[in-house]
Design a protein around this ligand. Sequence first.
Ligand code: 26V
Length: 834
Amino acid sequence: MIVRSETDNPGDMELLNLPLLGMDSEAILADTIHYHSRMLGRRTIRRQEHFLYQALVHATRDRLMERWIETGNRLESSNGKRACYLSLEFLMGRLLRNALLNLDVTEAADQALERLGIELEDIHEQEHDAGLGNGGLGRLAACFLDSCATLGLPVRGYGIRYGYGMFRQRLENGRQMEEPDAWLREGYPWEIERIERARTIKFGGHVIRITDSMGHTHTDWVDTRDVLAIPFDLPIPGYQNDVVNTLRLWSAAATDEFDLEEFNAGSYGDAVAAKNEAENITMVLYPNAETENGRELRLKQQYFLASASLQDILHDWVSLNGPDFSEFADKHCFQLNDTHPAVAVPELMRLLMDEYGHNWNEAWSITTSTMAYTNHTLLPEALETWPVAMFETLLPRVLEIIFEINARFLSEVSHHWPGDLDILGRMSIIQETPEKMIRMAYLAIVGSFSVNGVAELHSRLLQQGLFKNFATLWPDKFNNKTNGVTQRRWLAACNPCLARLITRHIGSDWVTDLDLLEKLKPLADRADFQQEWSAVKQGNKDRLAANIEEKTGIVVDSASIFDVQVKRIHEYKRQLLNVLHAVHLYDRIQRGDGEDLPPRTIIIGGKAAPGYEMAKNIIKLINNVAAVINTDPSMNARLQLVFYPDYNVSGMELICPAADLSEQISTAGKEASGTGNMKFMMNGAVTIGTLDGANVEILEAVGEDNFFLFGLSVEEIPAMLQDYDPQSIIDADEDFSRVMRLLENGHFNRFEPHVLDDVIRAIRNPDDPWMTAADFRSFIDAQEFAGRAYQDQQRWLRMSILNTASSGRFSTDRTMRDYNNDIWQLETIPIKSP
Ligand code: 26V
């Protein structure tokens, strides 16, 4: 029964009492068939076709939509504080499995499809990953959204709807080839276009000042080239609580005026070219690499996101509250996911002053009590800077504001350090030489009331190193928020057999309260429980083995230890160290010293930024070593090496449930947190790792007996780097020397001379900042220890169970509670308990 009611806005009607849709298999089946035939116009249902997937998504989306509208109503009437998570990346992966789980209709959907003779699993395979992110930073944003909706926190994600997401990786003769990810080609049934909320974004032009009859000076940014920002909304359901939050993704389009102007000037071609230029802005996700730094299009993306999102929020505020901004700051928080959206700081200033008539002090007070910045990297070369000259042409008004922010900030610095001219240069938002550049991290720190790192070690190192002076000036701004992952996707959905086993023993409340996994601890030594645990892991390994065979043709032995390293390829993550270990094992087995070794399958996966030559060479090396190992009969099934192609979110959903050993082997002090480490731990893999990022907290949670620790600590590295001499380390170590001889003799590139020279040479480089050689011996010994532990299955299973049982702290539910308690301070949306 539908009832219409008047709203506050005369003429608007609201639909009330929509009858709720059925959540049983009958209702889902009926709706799926309805969409398949009446909307998609397909008569016959075929396996392996996209249409049934689309139809099921529409049936699912209808059920989300009811709750989405209701969440919006509840939010509006509560008029509480909201947070916006601004991020250039949201690595969402597939949505269907998660939506069904969170709506509690997995079984109903399964039964509905069974009636059609089709397996739900095959339908999931039809969904294209939404790969709108590079790696950890983007996936973290996606996990955050899941947890916020589950906790009932009013948090909206703001991002970009890239036409092409993360490139697809193909291998050609062991080399990475990139292919465009046309993820929207077959349509994307989850999104709702909201054309009525489009915003105009300015670029170029120049700034003028107008003094009115009252003597007030007004600043105008004029003669701009405008671009339309059109929002597409994705539903973000909480876990069985009837909350549906929003991820709003902006897509660029040409404005009509823009086209018309050129057209009237007589140039149709230029008009169309201008349209292309506008739409280029959201065409493609940048793969993170230093070579991408300083690209104009990337800056356009950042400003486009920041301006569209802030305009969206300000527009809503004014339509509900009129021009009074006195409570705006109490009702909003903007969390900046790294410095990528940091241009939001001067943009909020601009909008408040130029568009809404506030003075500097009012605007600055609002800005600095709503902006909060999260840093995600310690690598100095990864800190963003933008040429002042580029801002000058692209965003002249925004640049003026940045200069003013800096001038006022530097005056504060000189008060704090009177007479110290040196520190002014070091802390300035503008770097003067060799070229004038804007230091985005400094801009973000100055404009925010909170600055956080993503693991305890990382946050400490930020305050002692990169941001030391800022931490001295404003000690209370700095804080830590250790990352997490959502157990809904990373345990309940991706590892259903383990989830069932856990639930059978301790109940199902862990799905929303991960600390309850502690209850598994008393079961860790029970033989019957260990047997069940082992059977689940074996099933997952068989499933991954089948997937690997399908993707690579390699038949792996799923009785062997699955030793896994999947993550972006980067020197600091040291996939190279992993390869050295593989070559060492190969060498041992060849020389007849492998009898005691447990059979091992080393799985490495990840993408290299297309412009990052060394990372691409590492992929080539892995594949070449793999080709030799996997075809050598003398390996006698003791060792296999697999490069897992096109690693992505869906890949991880198959991989982490199947891993025995999780490789987290970055050079200490380089990995901000890591989140793959948490997914593996949660799924019962044991970590072999350095004291880096969140590994430190994982070790603390699980204890030394259940973690294979190796390598130099952050404190030890500077001393070691002083007179670092890889040559002597190699010479003094017989195993290492043999490994280097194999590599340098061309054993792995017989018919491709010199192709591996660069990557092999890096190991001997006395300036190697990643110190691969320094940790070789310690890594090999830890691996030996891990291998022996695996041979004692009882001991291993105990370790595995204790890892899962200790992973409670690494839920993003905890992370989001921490953000909310210390930074956002939002009231939860009244929710239905699951
Ligand atoms: C840099 C750039 C440079 C230019 C083009 C595009 C682009 C995209 C991303 C980045 C920086 C990425 C930083 C990052 O991903 N950090 C990771 O964040 C994870 C979540 O906090 C954390 O677990 C990882 O340790 C950290 O490496």
